[in-house]
Design a protein around this ligand. Structure first.
Ligand SMILES: [Zn+2]
Length: 323
């Protein structure tokens, strides 16, 4: 069976300016897309952190602003989760915080602000960040699933300038050791499966290739060896659990909406071709199914993916008009 969770990072707007811009319109676009895809139970990770506090005066701004819409979505079987950016102001500029004490305190404050309104069981961290300390904090807060991991990928962080020329460093993450499937993270190393497979928190990684995220708003990854890995696992009769994510603001653009629909069509085709049932479930429901199975393996290894790129890549990319 092919289980797919479609996850949205729902963000209020630009965080890279000293005066943050609140953009509610992009979120309305996402609500429209959800209405247009009744076969999918979506998971919305709503941003709540110190940058939202700075922009709006409330960490829980989005939860309050859209409370009736979010309630309707949960009544329809969709899931509401939490998106947390570990962010701080450094020399007048927003940047990613790497101070573990500060990150964990900020996470705890934000969670306490939102959890009263909606019971939150799932989350994802901004810039796909992970650490032992943050994983322990999520566990202590009672979260069940963290969707931050990008297996195989590492980014030392990139400098981003705002329009005033102030520089901030963002997008640091390290998931080089993580498996390409759900796992219970270890207490000693957040990237690896706990040897005892204990703990209440599950890490549900996004689908990645050797050097990239399979992004719902891009077309090139359609032909990704990662999807070839999905096909092979399904052909072998295994259960596959995929997390695919994008951002609410991407769905303002018609070309990116088109790529989203092409991914959904491709997943339907993969299921049909392999005779597999297809479940577009929330993160909680898919991980609940995963916890009852013993039939899940890593998708293609990165070495196998590399070989597939060499074998298929040029021909397929050429056919698709990318090279
Ligand atoms: Zn984000």
């Amino acid at each position: 069976m092919l289980h797919v969770s479609i996850v949205w990072h729902v963000e209020p707007g630009l965080r890279f300016e000293p005066n943050l811009i609140v953009d509610d319109e992009n979120i309305s676009c996402l609500f429209d897309l959800i209405k247009a895809t009744p076969e999918i139970r979506h998971t919305l990770m709503i941003q709540a952190d110190d940058s939202v506090l700075s922009a709006t005066g409330k960490r829980a701004y989005l939860f309050e602003r859209f409370s009736s819409e979010l309630r309707e979505l949960t009544a329809d079987g969709h899931e509401i989760g939490w998106h947390f950016h570990p962010i701080e102001i450094h020399e007048g500029r927003w940047q990613q915080s790497l101070d573990q004490l500060r990150i964990c305190a900020a996470a705890e404050q934000a969670f306490n602000d939102i959890n009263f309104a909606f019971p939150i069981a799932v989350c994802s961290t901004g810039w796909c960040y992970g650490s032992n300390e943050l994983t322990a904090t999520y566990r202590r807060l009672g979260l069940r699933v963290d969707c931050s991991a990008l297996p195989g990928l590492f980014n030392p962080g990139v400098d981003v300038a705002d329009r005033y020329g102030n520089i901030g460093r963002v997008n640091h993450h390290d998931w080089r050791q993580s498996p390409l499937r759900p796992f219970k993270p270890g207490y000693e190393n957040y990237q690896l499966e706990s040897p005892a497979q204990d703990g209440s928190l599950v890490q549900f990684p996004a689908l990645t290739t050797r050097d990239n995220l399979v992004s719902l708003n891009e077309s090139v990854h359609w032909y990704s060896p990662a999807y070839c890995g999905v096909k092979r696992a399904l052909t072998e009769g295994r259960d596959v659990y995929l997390q695919l994510y994008s951002h609410s603001f991407n769905m303002r653009r018609p070309d990116q909406r088109m790529h989203f629909y092409r991914h959904i069509k491709l997943l339907n085709t993969l299921a049909a071709e392999t005779g597999s049932a297809l479940n577009f479930g929330t993160v909680s429901s898919v991980i609940s199914a995963w916890s009852r199975t013993t039939n899940c393996i890593d998708l293609l290894s990165y070495v196998e993916q590399e070989a597939l790129w060499v074998k298929l890549g040029k021909r397929i990319m050429h056919k698709a008009g990318f090279i």
